[in-house]
Write a protein that binds this ligand. Structure first.
Ligand code: SD4
Length: 343
């Protein structure tokens, strides 16, 4: 035994109670591979990511598969099946980030089915990080992505027509719906609520692969009936998604403007860097959002999920009703309700 290890053990025996010593060892235990996604529809996302991770594949490939699965699901909230903007067009925002701080983002992208894959293409084949609008679409077409019809899904068309009756511009995540339908999404419950609206429009996935590398993605159709051209947090590196392979990763869902204001996911990762657990880090970031105006914070929802380098996971939200899905050894996704600032 080395002398430093011997003196560490001697010191521990004198100074640290047993529970503290086991904590120290637990911190270095690594739980991998593991994948977590926002919401209970994370079961679809994680279900596509897990086979990649289980075979020893890369976290980056796993999170892209998660995005493809959820963007393909026409009954879901994100991708071309999502709600349109107030002019009746579905516009997509997405990003992806890997273990080497490579990242790619697209925003205000129309008629392309897999925005995360376009973001990955941008990341891997150009010196750029972010493309928007017509340029992003042009890039997608030049790289073999197909132009989809300019058409709403039947459900989105129904909810848009309903919205048009009053055409009230209320760009706020509907908290009452999230709270009264905590399971209002995913394969075990209707994705769209009775009045046609969704309880969320964004999916984020974070994975730690068998090699110990982290990657993440975030994909959204943005807030339903938003102003044309409005872009939220989801495609913004440091807001909707951030990965630091030394520390951990985080992604968000909810009122994008509030996440952008504090560079939300970058903040979560920095809190983990200072030693906080993923849940504590998410909580601190939520508190940072609420602090400047607690009254206003009662009117919106933001939820963060995070994973650290040890494969520990956690989440926290402004309002109750936010949940996330964790898939680890055994491959069965477990849905967990996040704690929240407001009870
Ligand atoms: C946005 N963050 O566009 C997205 C919306 C969202 O659940 O997450 N909805 O601001």
């Amino acid at each position: 035994m080395s002398s430093s290890r011997r003196s560490f053990l001697r010191l521990s025996a004198v100074v640290l109670p047993f529970s503290r010593i086991s904590d120290l060892f637990a911190k270095s235990a690594i739980n991998k591979p593991v994948v977590i996604s926002t919401w209970d529809s994370g079961q679809i996302a994680n279900g596509a990511a897990w086979p990649v991770l289980e075979k020893g594949g890369k976290a980056l490939d796993a999170v892209e598969q998660a995005a493809i699965a959820i963007e393909n699901d026409i009954n879901c909230c994100v991708g071309l099946g999502g709600n349109p903007d107030r002019d009746g067009h579905v516009t997509l925002d997405a990003c992806i980030m890997d273990e080497k701080a490579n990242c790619g983002s697209v925003a205000f992208l129309e008629r392309i089915k897999h925005p995360v894959s376009v973001a990955r293409k941008l990341m891997e084949t150009t010196p750029h990080v972010f493309l928007a609008g017509v340029g992003a679409q042009q890039f997608a077409l030049a790289n073999g992505f197909k132009l989809e019809p300019d058409k709403l899904s039947p459900d989105a068309e129904k909810s848009y027509k309903q919205w048009l009756i009053k055409a009230e511009y209320k760009p706020v995540i509907n908290i009452e719906h999230q709270q009264s339908h905590p399971k209002g999404h995913g394969p075990f419950a209707p994705a769209r609520l009775e009045d046609g609206s969704f309880n969320h429009d964004t999916m984020g996935t974070l994975a730690l692969d068998a090699k110990g590398d982290l990657s993440g993605m975030c994909t959204t159709s943005g807030m339903g009936f938003k102003m044309r051209g409005r872009v939220g947090d989801s495609p913004i590196i440091g807001a909707g998604l951030f990965v630091d392979n030394e520390i951990g990763a985080a992604t968000s869902s909810g009122q994008g403007e509030e996440v952008i204001r504090v560079c939300g996911t970058h903040l979560v990762v920095e809190f983990m860097r200072s030693g906080l657990s993923p849940e504590e880090a998410c909580k601190k970031a939520v508190e940072r959002i609420v602090k400047p105006n607690p009254e206003r914070a009662k009117t919106f929802q933001v939820g963060f999920i995070a994973i650290n380098k040890q494969g520990e996971v956690g989440a926290y939200s402004v309002q109750k009703g936010f949940n996330y899905t964790v898939t680890e050894q055994g491959g069965k996704g477990k849905v967990i309700n996040a704690k929240s600032y407001f009870a």
